[in-house]
Design a protein around this ligand. Structure first.
Ligand code: FAD
Ligand code: FES
Length: 502
């Protein structure tokens, strides 16, 4: 975000008609819009805030078809042909970015290099060997190695050639410019709040403008207008990231991930004066359920231990959603959908999957189905494989929906909310989410999440309200930071602190 200009596309001010409306200006939405324009469609993108500034603006952007240990899982659950289609579709996305950069002259710091999934504990080496076998069978150039280029020993790793890393905003801003040049339109600060499915479809924005289109793609990260109850099959996961400067000769030259230690992922990117910026992630948790500050400490300590002397310059958190069978939802929105499509559930791999989604959806909308369309079709449901994870997800949401209402507040009165902190407490019989800013002023909003009514929790490290049920996030004034919620938390009236009678 710091190394690219901000954008200022106008909001949708009046009614408009196009071939395809794309809701959401992240990697999935922008790639879909761009691929559609290549097929001759007129497209309008509606973005609630600013394009490429939500998850896709805060990602780590390893562009890879090696997704931790996915191939052995897919082979076991869906068979070797499904694993082959997954590998082909994801690797084609890696190649597509290079091709498009060449075609449009986008300099997005694209670097080709090997990808690794490593383990440090010898007991997990068999899992890595199984992944090497499955990835090879799926058609990827994979091998088992014990040397990775990382500055610490590993017990084993899968190495896959021809992977990549890039600057996602530089790529997406390049696509957006080309979209505008081609006569398509991008509208920012234009939140879609209504979707009428018909022939044509109609999308209504918060400001009341109508966008009419033959087809609509919902690429809002967690889907809004969820008519297929996809929320029962999507699990949000928030994760911390640190960026730290190292000298160029300490660059491990690869993209790395391990499922151990609450996930660690490492890549580098070009930085000032020929230095490299390490991007390290890990410490994932369900939004609204964790003590975040101590997780920061763990990640910072790991960075210092593994890359001594690396100077931390940035840190942030962001989140992604996984499906209950680990394969993204890309395709028709719901069983009855004729002209509406969705792209979601990228499970931490939305760079390649977002690019893949663009081609898949452009193909489906223009009648050119790709070989892997069925694999990603959201209408699939494999009760035997998905029942366990779905039940677990719903039990967790139900526990919060009911349990959090019965639980007493951990503070008794507004006076107990100290500066810089937030708490949920009853005010005039209503559950309120109350935050006291550093100057002592209280800010109150309803604590009921506008998605399905769970009670929000305060994230102390990011000063935001988070819903533990499906991961919606709200600013302290109640505005939506992250879906599935699409409406702000209602304002709450707090007693006037200067008036003891209230
Ligand atoms: C810590 C972390 C590291 C990651 N690293 C990698 C990596 O190395 N490689 C990789 O492949 N993937 C990675 N991912 C995953 C990847 O970043 C995501 O899967 C991807 O960015 C999601 O893209 P998206 O387009 O679906 O969502 P977003 O980028 O969030 O875009 C969705 C857009 O929709 C907009 N929107 C929401 N509601 C509305 C509405 N009602 N109307 C209009 N617009 C709306 C939002 O404002 C947003 O701009 C990582 C994820 C995390 C959390
Ligand atoms: S995100 Fe679903 S109830 Fe809050």
């Amino acid at each position: 975000m710091d190394s690219t200009p901000s954008t200022a596309y106008p909001p949708l001010a009046g009614d408009l008609s196009v071939d395809v409306a794309v809701i959401g200006g992240g990697i999935a939405g922008l790639c879909t819009a761009w691929e559609l324009v290549q097929t001759g469609q007129t497209v309008a993108v509606l973005e609630a805030d600013r394009i490429a500034a939500s998850v896709s603006g805060y990602t780590t952007a390893k562009l890879s078809s090696l997704h931790t240990l996915i191939y052995a899982k897919i082979r076991r659950s869906f068979g070797p042909e499904a694993a082959r289609l997954y590998a082909q579709s994801q690797q084609q996305a890696v190649e597509r970015v290079e091709e498009v950069c060449g075609q449009l002259g986008i300099d997005c710091e694209l670097e080709r290099l090997p990808g690794f999934t490593y383990v440090e504990s010898p007991e997990l080496v068999d899992q890595v060997r199984a992944e090497v076998d499955a990835a090879n069978e799926a058609g990827l150039p994979a091998s088992f190695v014990t040397e990775t280029g990382l500055p610490f020993p590993v017990a084993g790793a899968i190495r896959v050639e021809d992977q990549a890393q890039f600057h996602p905003r530089k790529y997406l801003l390049g696509l957006a410019e080309d979209l505008s040049r081609s006569g398509s339109q991008i509208f920012e600060r234009s939140r879609a709040v209504g979707l009428h499915e018909g022939e044509p479809c109609r999308v209504t924005t918060e400001q009341g403008a109508n966008l009419t289109a033959r087809s609509v793609v919902v690429a809002t990260h967690y889907p809004v207008f969820d008519r297929a109850l996809l929320f029962t099959r999507l699990e949000p996961r928030r994760e911390l990231v640190v960026a730290a400067v190292i000298a160029a000769d300490r660059d491990p030259h690869g993209v790395f991930i391990t499922q151990e230690q609450n996930t660690r992922s490492v890549r580098t990117s070009p930085y000032q004066d020929g230095q490299r910026l390490l991007l390290i992630t890990g410490e994932h948790f369900t939004p609204g359920t964790a003590e975040v500050s101590e997780r920061w400490e763990r990640l910072l300590t790991w960075t210092e231990e593994r890359f001594p002397g690396a100077e931390v310059t940035y840190r942030w958190a962001t989140q992604d959603n996984s499906t209950t069978d680990q394969i993204p939802f890309v395709g028709p929105f719901h069983p009855g959908a004729k002209n509406t499509y969705v792209a979601a559930g990228f499970g931490g791999w939305g760079m390649s999957s977002g690019v893949m989604a663009g081609r898949l959806l452009a193909g489906s909308i223009t009648g050119q189905e790709l070989a892997w369309s069925q694999l990603y079709d959201p209408r699939r449901l494999h009760p035997a494989r998905e029942a366990g994870p779905m039940i677990k997800l719903q039990a967790k949401a139900a526990r919060h929906l009911i349990g959090d209402r019965l639980r007493p507040s951990h503070v008794d009165s507004l006076d107990d909310v100290s500066p810089g902190t937030g708490a949920v407490l009853r005010v005039s019989g209503q559950r309120c989410a109350v935050y006291r800013d550093d100057s002592g002023v209280l800010h109150g909003v309803s604590a009921r999440c506008t998605h399905l009514g769970c009670i929000v929790h305060f994230n102390d490290a990011e000063r935001a309200w988070e819903c533990p049920c499906h991961g919606s996030r709200f600013d302290i004034d109640g505005s939506v930071l992250q879906g599935p919620a699409n409406k702000p938390l209602e304002a709450a009236r707090l007693p006037d602190q200067s008036n003891p009678q209230e």
